[in-house]
Design a protein around this ligand. Structure first.
Ligand code: DGY
Length: 319
């Protein structure tokens, strides 16, 4: 008999087909909104669970799944899963590193360029029919080339962002718990976080979310940044205090921001919707076809490896 697998989201047909050879599947191909209760009811008789970053896999849900033997998340971040609970029960959690690194770095740059050069703000203005004549001081933004790029968190994605900065002749600063092994190759200099905040023209947040990084960037930190600075968050909601950021953008404490992630997504702090100098995207960092198929397929490969008794390709590393 095949093990029973619950997939919480619609997945690509080729991924479903690969999994179907090894599992008896219940999948959300209709892309319905499942409540925590729905999820608890559906997972109750499953041995395997395939989730995404926006599913909350907490102790209460896991307690409703006594037969669970493996969880695979189609994401590199795993702050949505109660890892301590899983480890307590000896249940592995797998993630999807690498396959999304380059696409996510591209997205950080898309937001940086759009925010610094006021692309979305001016487009909305143009579409609304306000463009009557050209002017020297219309929608002046900030230079990206030759500026100082700050990267908060220098892992795989941070490094990919830094590599792209070379083409823009930028000075790259970063802040990380430990020095990056590829520091010299990236031409990046490690500095303390307060220096990073103070000296960056464009600051990109790439640290993972945890209790230690909750509201790491709030009103006090924003106040130390340059009034011309751009702030980009492609990591996780909750690292930046979105309400404080909206206030800082309104007050001109910093010039612009680009956000792909939010504290209570898909809900947004209403304040963010009222400021024009922030570019807002709906958690699309990894959203290219190649990257998203790669993520779903890697999650599937982990599940199939488990079902076949083989080593898991990408488990959460033991810390
Ligand atoms: C991740 O992989 O963690 C991205 O945020 C996509 O959910």
């Amino acid at each position: 008999m095949k093990p029973r697998l619950l997939i919480t989201r619609k997945v690509f047909p080729e991924v479903l087909a690969a999994l179907a050879e090894h599992f008896d599947i219940e999948s959300n191909q209709a892309d319905e909104e499942w409540s925590a209760e729905d999820l608890g009811r559906r997972v109750a008789d499953k041995q395997a669970l395939f989730v995404v970053a926006s599913d909350r896999i907490d102790a209460a849900l896991l307690a409703a799944a006594p037969d669970l033997r493996i969880v695979a998340t189609g994401s590199v971040g795993y702050n949505h899963v109660d890892l301590a609970h899983l480890r307590g029960r000896g249940i592995p959690l797998t993630i999807t590193p690498d396959v999304l690194t380059e696409a996510t770095a591209d997205m950080a740059w898309a937001l940086l360029m759009a925010a610094a050069r006021r692309v979305c703000e001016s487009e909305h203005w143009l579409r609304a029919g306000y463009w009557k004549r050209w002017a020297f001081d219309q929608f002046l933004g900030e230079d990206v080339h030759g500026a100082t790029l700050g990267i908060l968190g220098m892992g795989r994605i941070g490094s990919a962002i830094a590599r792209r900065a070379r083409g823009f002749s930028m000075k790259v600063l970063y802040s990380n718990r430990s020095p990056a092994a590829n520091e010299a190759e990236l031409g990046a200099t490690r500095v303390e976080r307060d220096v990073l905040l103070r000296e960056s023209d464009h600051l990109v947040i790439v640290v993972p979310y945890s209790a230690a990084t909750h509201h790491l960037i709030g009103a006090a930190e924003l106040a130390t940044m340059k009034p011309t600075a751009t702030l980009i968050n492609i990591a996780r909601g909750g690292i930046v205090d979105d309400v404080a950021l909206a206030a800082a953008l309104k007050a001109g404490t910093i010039a612009a921001a680009g956000l792909d992630v939010y504290e209570n997504e898909p809900a947004l702090a209403p304040e963010l919707l009222t400021v024009p100098n922030v570019v807002l995207t709906p958690h699309l960092g990894s959203a290219t076809r190649t990257s998203r198929v790669g993520m779903a397929m890697l999650a599937a490969r982990n599940l199939i490896a488990w079902a076949s008794g083989e080593p898991l390709p990408t488990p959460v590393p033991a810390n």
